[in-house]
Design a protein around this ligand. Structure first.
Ligand SMILES: C[S@@+](CC[C@H](N)C(=O)[O-])C[C@H]1O[C@@H](n2cnc3c(N)ncnc32)[C@H](O)[C@@H]1O
Length: 244
């Protein structure tokens, strides 16, 4: 992590060089009505996904928005399928929406190693994985994700994952990222969720640890020579990264 610390010291997150020289981003032309239309027309019917999200809302009304965005979930499923992925990693499970989507995109002998710290949240997840018939594809490991990532590296999983989804505690994102990249195979894809974190990342008055960590991570990823990356302006902002 020495290279990491020295680069972090050099990054001034509010003095980011503008790399974009095009016209105004297309996103500004999407009205609320068009966005609703996209969400209505763009999501295929899936009673099990809707039930999971509805139960999450009932059980945890204050934090239900932690579930991965509905379109992002379908995007994960399609991406995994089109990559022919067989071995996936998820950091941050909650009640299991994104892992359900990932598992639905995997073949029957595919595997997801899913990491979370909460028995309570993931007990809901297990119920839906069972109902969807995908439990056998998901190996849930309860405990601090960083410890489990270190274990995976020690146990010989480096350079082997086809796909990873990072969606846990934001303060540790940079450490997670630095442990996920060595685990990915060449051409493997990592999606990093919440890179704008409900617009807090661009709010200069917000200097919460989670927000500061996301700013550093975003700069770090863009400069990382081990990968190619693109930031996708949907849901809560997503970095899509592929290992060279
Ligand atoms: C944003 S939620 C994940 C949402 C999930 N991807 C979904 O689609 O529902 C973040 C999760 O990270 C977990 N978490 C927080 N700190 C953690 C840690 N140190 N190690 C592992 N998991 C952690 C929380 O328990 C929570 O379930």
């Amino acid at each position: 992590m020495n290279r990491l610390s020295s680069v972090i010291r050099r990054i001034n997150v509010f003095n980011i060089i503008s790399r974009y020289s095009g016209t105004a981003p297309l996103k500004t032309s999407i009205s609320d009505e068009s966005l609703s239309y996209i969400y209505n027309v763009g999501i295929r019917n899936s009673p099990i996904k809707e039930d999971l999200l509805n139960e999450t809302k009932q059980l945890y009304p204050e934090i239900a928005q932690m579930s991965t965005d509905r379109i992002e979930g379908d995007f994960i499923e399609i991406l995994i399928q089109s990559l022919n992925a067989k071995k996936c990693l998820e950091v941050g499970v909650f009640t299991g929406f994104s892992s359900l989507c990932a598992a639905l995109g995997l073949p029957d002998d595919g595997k997801i190693i899913a990491l979370d710290i909460s028995d309570e949240f993931t007990s809901i997840a297990r119920k839906y994985w069972e109902r969807a018939g995908v439990s056998h594809k998901i190996d849930l490991k309860i405990g601090p994700a960083l410890d489990n990532l270190h274990n995976l590296r020690r146990e010989g999983h480096e350079n082997s994952f086809d796909f990873a989804f990072l969606d846990a505690d934001k303060e540790n994102y940079l450490k997670y990222y630095e442990n996920i990249i060595p685990l990915m195979r060449k051409g493997g894809v990592v999606l990093i969720d919440n890179i704008i974190f409900h617009n807090r990342v661009v709010d200069e008055t917000n200097n919460g640890e989670d927000v500061k960590c996301l700013r550093l991570l975003n700069e770090w990823v863009t400069r990382d020579k081990r990968v190619k990356s693109v930031a996708l302006p949907f849901a809560d902002g997503i970095f899509m990264v592929t290992k060279k």
